[in-house]
Design a binder for this molecule. Structure first.
Ligand SMILES: *[C@@H]1O[C@H](CO)[C@@H](O)[C@H](O)[C@H]1NC(C)=O
Ligand SMILES: *[C@@H]1O[C@H](CO)[C@@H](O)[C@H](O)[C@H]1NC(C)=O
Length: 465
């Protein structure tokens, strides 16, 4: 009797769906050389030409530099104070280290250990699941496995040690997280460099470290066990929305990735990546042009990117723990100039996804519709997306780096094409076919938007044919 009652209760809970949260942090790019002393060489990686105009770099960072320790520490305490409870796990999608060839293995290890210690102290009850970025190199897989072994179960450690990828199965909840080592799929020039520094040369052309066969086998297992899946990695497929020239997946691996996602889109509940440092998303379409899956890219903690600066960001997802359905997220951010001038890092909520764009749910179709709104003249969607994209960067800084502002039709078009076209060729097609029509009209006029809209409708019809 009591057992029946318990079964009923647990069934009711399952139907209602338990709510859980997870943080997604990415691209910390910790720079141990950052210095606030005037005229000192402020940081290891001064990004080309970015200059905040200040003589002395601020305590919490500078738009020209990667993260100082004070910024990383402030991010950690913001995560504790903004939501200490209900956190199920933390996704940490790589590029923990600043990009420089000047750091030796010992210093790299020390940076990674210090970051790992900080996150372990911040999340005493939760596991942090790391994914490798292309700047986390010079340290081999077994050394990393040793640093992160307290977070990873044995089965995960086994694959991580040999190839940097792993899966976490939440047996009680029926969802699974797959962590990819996207370094293995970068274009050849980049990956050759990566593999040399990690001590082994591999053939990038086919199935490096057998990640493809492992990935598909894991998805097949998940389908058989009726699990839903999150896919997590550093470098996403598709192209950069700020043209920073950063590493991309090789064309072959990019295409294959999209094919695999299409095949398993029915069980994939979300894809989470970092790398571009911007706040953005992508929609994956089926062969017949239907939106079938989505990818979210969280903005970086580092305020600096080759393609232009951004404010530091942290993202908190809300999800249904029984199904893995992602319900919403809240984006937190730090206004860097404010933090430096008052000497305190006040991390604040920037926006929540559903409310910000007036969405009903997070699905591929809803996000496809959102992207379409970017190009509509009297819709606020692109204005909001544009502000979020650089994490509410101050206007005067943004103007130097942006693609012309939220009222520029070509700028809206560029973002629309990056969000909806995930390979370089279809992006170029998307961009150039509409841009041709735009060039004959003046900027940011209703007419421009109207022609854009007409073309979009045509493209829609063509794509769905
Ligand atoms: C790591 O932390 C230790 C102990 O706080 C400190 O002495 C050391 O300078 C830190 N190293 C780096 C690279 O952050
Ligand atoms: C990783 O590096 C350590 C320290 O240099 C070395 O002892 C070990 O053999 C390396 N492991 C692999 C798999 O290369």
């Amino acid at each position: 009797m009591i057992r029946d009652y318990l079964v009923l209760l647990s069934w009711l809970c399952a139907v209602q769906g338990k709510i859980g949260y997870f943080w997604h942090i990415t691209d910390i790019h910790y720079d141990p050389r950052y210095s606030t002393q005037a005229n000192a060489n402020a940081c290891w990686n001064t990004r080309n030409g970015v200059n905040s105009g200040r003589k002395t770099p601020g305590e919490f960072g500078d738009y020209a530099c990667d993260s100082p320790w004070a910024l990383v520490e402030s991010a950690a305490s913001a995560m504790t104070s903004n939501r200490g409870e209900g956190i199920k796990f933390v996704l940490w999608t790589g590029d923990a280290l600043t990009r420089t060839t000047g750091m030796n293995v010992e210093l790299r290890l020390q940076c990674l250990r210090n970051l790992t210690d900080l996150l372990s102290r911040t999340f005493k009850e939760q596991f942090v699941f790391p994914a490798l970025g292309h700047d986390d190199i010079g340290v081999n897989f077994s050394q990393l496995a040793e640093i992160w072994q307290h977070w990873l179960p044995q089965e995960a450690l086994d694959t991580f040690k040999t190839a940097g990828y792993y899966t976490i199965e939440q047996r009680s909840e029926k969802y699974r997280i797959i962590f990819l080592n996207t370094n293995l799929w970068l274009n050849t020039a980049d990956s050759r460099m990566l593999h040399r520094s990690s001590g082994s040369m591999i053939d990038n052309a086919h199935d490096p470290f057998e990640q493809w066969s492992w990935f598909q086998k894991t998805l097949e297992t998940a389908r058989r066990k009726k699990e839903t899946v999150y896919i997590v990695g550093h470098t996403p497929p598709g192209i950069d929305d700020r043209e920073s020239g950063a590493a991309v997946l090789s064309e072959r691996h990019n295409t294959k990735y999209l094919q695999v996602i299409r095949l398993y889109s029915d069980i994939i509940r979300g894809q989470f990546f970092g790398h571009w440092h911007t706040d953005t998303f992508r929609v994956v379409y089926s062969d017949t042009g239907l939106p079938v899956s989505w990818i979210m890219m969280a903005p970086s903690i580092s305020p600096s990117t080759p393609g232009g600066p951004n404010n530091p960001g942290l993202r908190l997802y809300k999800f249904e723990t029984t199904t893995g359905q992602v319900l919403d997220y809240t984006q937190y951010y730090l206004n860097l100039p404010d933090a430096n001038s008052i000497g305190t890092a006040n991390w604040l909520p920037e926006y929540s996804l559903l409310e910000y764009y007036e969405l009903q749910e997070i699905t591929a179709i809803a996000l496809h519709d959102l992207a379409d709104r970017f190009t509509q003249f009297n819709d606020y969607a692109f204005v909001r997306y544009y502000a979020a994209n650089t994490v509410s960067l101050p206007r005067e800084v943004e103007q130097i780096w942006g693609c012309g502002g939220p009222l520029n039709g070509v700028c809206a078009l560029h973002h629309y094409c990056t969000v909806t076209r995930l390979n370089p060729e279809s992006y170029r097609e998307c961009y150039s076919s509409y841009a041709f029509a735009l060039s004959s009209t003046g900027p940011s006029t209703p007419r421009l938007y109207f022609s854009l809209l007409v073309l979009l409708v045509c493209a829609e019809l063509l794509r769905n044919r």
